[in-house]
Design a binder for this molecule. Structure first.
Ligand code: FAD
Length: 191
């Protein structure tokens, strides 16, 4: 069994390393101090396929494996941890959830643009009183017939101020306890 990196892995790692040195290193301290979102850099990452690394090419992704994804995140994080978190949320918490659990319509509507970096995703699970114990979250989702009404407070949400699409975790059936918790796709513009 070959446990080494493949040629493709090495190419991805080098591409991420080059990107980080060229596009992230300049201004990284200043962005951090000013708490400035790296808008241009994230856009470029999207154009290069880094925002949907493991998503199937059928939905605009690069179709790579987890090792390639981790190598890329490592290289980005070495230079700019904030950008690595932005990238990892889009890849792991938004694209992968929609790809694994979304229906075909949701994939066409959201996954393709998220994987291509045309849109940015956010994942809203944590609440002031629900961190490690995510099942104690209190956000409600009330079935109103042809829509759900969501109500609650989330915090620690990466990309909260910039994302276009959010996965929001909410309780839609209190009688079922934690089994009544569901994930909803919410567009910023619905606010
Ligand atoms: C950079 C960053 C980005 C984030 N982005 C997001 C995001 O995009 N979306 C989102 O929903 N959340 C996000 N979070 C929130 C993150 O998921 C929570 O911080 C995490 O779930 C922990 O919750 P908490 O901070 O409330 O800590 P707590 O759950 O209060 O834990 C505090 C400490 O207690 C320990 N602890 C907790 N329970 C136990 C136990 N039963 N036994 C022993 N020790 C325990 C923990 O290990 C920890 O050391 C982000 C956090 C960070 C730091």
């Amino acid at each position: 069994m070959n446990l080494g990196l493949s040629e493709e892995h090495n190419i991805i790692r080098q591409a991420a390393r080059d990107f980080a040195r060229t596009h992230l290193l300049p201004g990284v301290i200043e962005r951090d101090e000013l708490q400035k979102f790296p808008e241009e850099q994230v856009k470029k990452l999207g154009e290069l396929g880094f925002m949907g690394l493991m998503v199937s090419p059928d939905y605009g992704g690069a179709g790579l494996d987890t090792v390639a994804y981790v190598l890329a995140i490592e290289e980005i994080a070495k230079i700019d941890a904030s950008t690595a978190v932005i990238m990892s949320v889009n890849n792991s918490l938004v694209c992968s959830v929609i790809e694994s659990h979304g229906d075909d319509l949701q994939k066409k509507e959201y996954l393709t643009s998220l994987a291509r970096g045309e849109k940015l995703g956010g994942f809203c699970l944590s609440e002031p009183e629900a961190g490690s114990d995510a099942t104690s979250q209190k956000t409600s989702a009330i079935d109103k017939g042809d829509y759900f009404l969501l109500n609650g407070t989330k915090n620690w949400i990466t990309n909260a101020q910039t994302a276009d699409v959010f996965i929001v975790i909410a309780q839609s059936d209190y009688e079922l306890g934690h089994k009544g918790i569901n994930a909803f796709i919410v567009e910023r513009k619905w606010n």
